[in-house]
Design a protein around this ligand. Structure first.
Ligand SMILES: [Zn+2]
Length: 192
């Protein structure tokens, strides 16, 4: 992993410093066990958590994801980052709730299950409470894609994949697509 450059002199110069501050972590791919494991609460808001959030944000952007949960980079901690619907950020130890009964059904995908998208029903309006990397309490209101993201990423922290949220017939079709995907049948060839 590359060292983060935090201020001070850097003999590699400004361009090298910018480049070396981007860290793209490998994404864990289904059916990796870490994706099926409940992640632990963060209890120490230290530099390691701040680094993790930075690296997860870089990784999410590199893969054009709407969100990313720590287990997806092999870290079993309750942290997710998001960038969708014109907003971005992170939540540590998130707890969400629906604000009303409205639902939305639309295509959903997951960086840990490449190339598979399926119609998934989620709450339309949610609020998530948690903490930022400094340990300060934060609240994020989410609607549409942001609400979907909050539910999807928090599910990851409970070891739940979006496959489990699909209607039975849709899930069956998604599983069939997974079983024939090259990344599933021949992971070494895909290189992830
Ligand atoms: Zn996902």
């Amino acid at each position: 992993m590359l060292e983060a450059s935090v201020g001070g002199c850097d003999e590699r110069g400004p361009i090298a410093r910018i480049m070396s501050s981007v860290t793209v972590l490998p994404i864990r791919i289904y059916p990796d066990a870490v994706l099926r494991t409940r992640a632990d609460e963060v209890t120490r808001f230290d530099a390691d958590v701040a680094r993790l959030v930075d690296d997860m944000m870089d990784t999410m952007r590199a893969h054009h994801g709407a969100g990313l949960a720590a287990p997806q980079v092999g870290v079993s901690l309750r942290v997710f980052v998001y960038e969708c619907g014109g907003v971005s950020g992170h939540v540590v130890n998130p707890v969400w709730r629906a604000v009303d009964d409205e639902l939305q059904t639309g295509p959903e995908g997951c960086l840990s299950i490449p190339d598979i998208r399926a119609e998934c029903t989620r709450h339309m309006n949610v609020v998530v409470e948690g903490f930022d990397v400094t340990g300060a309490p934060i609240t994020v209101d989410g609607t549409e894609i942001v609400a979907r993201c909050i539910q999807h990423e928090t599910d990851h922290l409970d070891g739940v994949l979006f496959l489990e949220r699909l209607e039975p017939a849709v899930r069956k079709e998604a599983m069939r697509a997974i079983r024939s995907a090259e990344w599933f049948t021949d992971p070494a060839k895909v290189g992830s």
